[in-house]
Write a protein that binds this ligand. Structure first.
Ligand code: EPU
Length: 421
């Protein structure tokens, strides 16, 4: 297992390019199960999570390859296997997004129920509820969810839960509804850009979906879907992470391939903190040259502040000039980074789903451990400015969501290297 060794203190300067979105690419890859013909996906990042889903899709009879231009090509070759085994689902929870496509196209699915993870419980009850509304039967045996349906029929449904809408739940039901007979209306649908990207991909394959990006998505079922060529949207979470890295180092960074319209809640908080954020065409310039102001941040479903940037903004606010309050409304236990940041000299106090951040003057390098993807990203952000050396072990967590992070940050001035353990 590799570690990252970071010596803090360098201002980040220069330009960095955001990759295609992991969380948009994953459900789109799964959606290929629904289609006849080939899908060519542009901008799919080279990440562990993408490799895990590719391996699962291969087992489900999909041929997945990278062509010489780096595009991902997917084509269904065999529709026999409908079983997503625990070994693969365990490695990556997003594997559950094969449920909807398998059910709709092959009429049955056996998918291992993912357990919880370091960010908390991860139920799939809303996914199942949506499938049942479409006429599927479901059963849980030996840790596997069995789904079957002679045919799916369009229905009206409410897909909100105690924490609001569900991103992958909306994606799963949306995918299943594309091949259902009649019209499906999903109320309280997730509005995240990744859901819009999935709907746009499906429409390019012949689906009839309207309302994506709003809480009411309407799907008119079609008989079959064909392949298409599609470019995945830029990763707003990677872009936001680079913004935090630029801000914490008092840097001046041009972030290319960045959709500012997907990051308005983040930009709002960064500006309140005193960070300069300026649109430059398809790029965004982020710079900071003074002590940071404390602010309150509450995570919410899109277009609110994303839970996937909560840890990174906590690292930034650890150095603010006063007390900040961060409340997590999506995953109330998503705080594994708190104790690690405190090891680096931050003063963070967790009270239920809220963390009180008492700003300090400096962070100090320390050996710390990555235990979740975004928590690891927060440790990198903190280490970039901490005095001395920080060693972040278990870097495989960060490799799940950020491609070659050390090379890309080193290119804009960070002192960072990967060391084998
Ligand atoms: N929830 C339920 N029942 C369900 C599904 C979800 O109660 O059936 C709850 C969850 O426990 C949570 C809330 O609803 O409290 C929202 O969860 P959601 O279903 O939206 O999460 P997800 O779709 O499983 C995606 C991202 C996560 C991101 C969340 C929230 C992917 C592959 N994953 O997960 O990304 O945090 O949406 O925006 O798209 C990451 O990239 O690091 C990551 C964890």
């Amino acid at each position: 297992m590799d570690s990252l060794l970071i010596t803090g203190g360098n201002r980040l300067k220069g330009s960095i390019t955001v990759n295609g979105s992991k969380n948009a690419a994953l459900p789109i890859m799964a959606a290929c199960i629904l289609t006849e013909g080939e899908t060519v996906l542009k901008g799919v990042p080279q990440l562990e999570d993408i490799r895990h889903l590719s391996a699962l899709l291969e087992k489900l009879g999909v041929n997945v390859s990278r062509d010489e231009k780096g595009n991902l090509r997917l084509k269904v070759e065999d529709e026999m296997n409908c079983h997503a085994e625990y070994e693969l689902v365990r490695k990556m929870r997003a594997s559950v997004c094969v449920m909807g496509p398998l059910l709709a196209k092959r009429r049955r699915a056996q998918v291992s129920l993912p357990g919880g993870c370091n960010i908390g419980d991860r139920p799939v009850d809303l996914h199942i509820q949506g499938f049942q509304c479409l006429g599927a039967e479901s059963d849980l045996v030996g840790g596997d969810i069995y789904l079957k349906a002679k045919k799916l029929k369009g229905a009206e449904m409410f897909l909100g839960g105690p924490f609001g809408s569900t991103v992958l739940g909306t994606a799963n039901v949306l995918m299943a509804a594309t091949l259902a007979e009649g019209v499906t209306v999903i109320e309280s649908a997730a509005c995240e850009p990744e859901v819009i990207d999935l709907a746009n991909y499906l429409n390019a394959c012949g689906a009839r979906i309207i309302g994506q990006g709003t809480p009411r998505i309407t799907v008119e079922g079609v008989k079959e879907l064909h392949g298409c060529e599609h470019t995945v949207i830029p990763d707003r979470i990677e872009a936001g992470t680079f913004m935090m890295a630029a801000a914490i180092t008092n840097g001046d960074v041009l972030i290319n391939n960045c959709r500012l319209d997907h990051l308005m809640a983040v930009v709002d908080r960064l500006r309140a903190i005193g960070v300069n954020v300026e649109r430059k065409g398809d790029a965004v310039q982020v710079s900071s040259s003074r002590r940071l102001e404390p602010v309150s941040v509450t995570t919410q479903p899109y277009p609110g502040f994303p839970t996937d940037l909560q840890a990174q903004i906590m690292a930034l606010l650890a150095l603010a000039d006063g007390n900040s309050i961060i409340t997590e409304k999506i995953f109330p236990d998503r705080f594994v980074h708190v104790a690690e940041l405190n090891r680096m000299g931050a003063r963070l106090r967790k009270e239920g789903p809220t963390v009180i951040v008492e700003g300090v003057k400096n962070l100090v390098g320390a050996p710390v451990m990555a235990s979740d993807l975004r928590a690891s990203a927060a440790l990198v952000v903190a280490a970039l400015v901490a005095k001395g050396k920080t060693k972040i072990s278990r870097v495989y967590h960060i490799d799940r969501g950020y491609e070659r992070i050390e090379q890309r940050l080193a290119a804009i001035g960070a002192e960072i290297q990967r060391v084998p353990e």
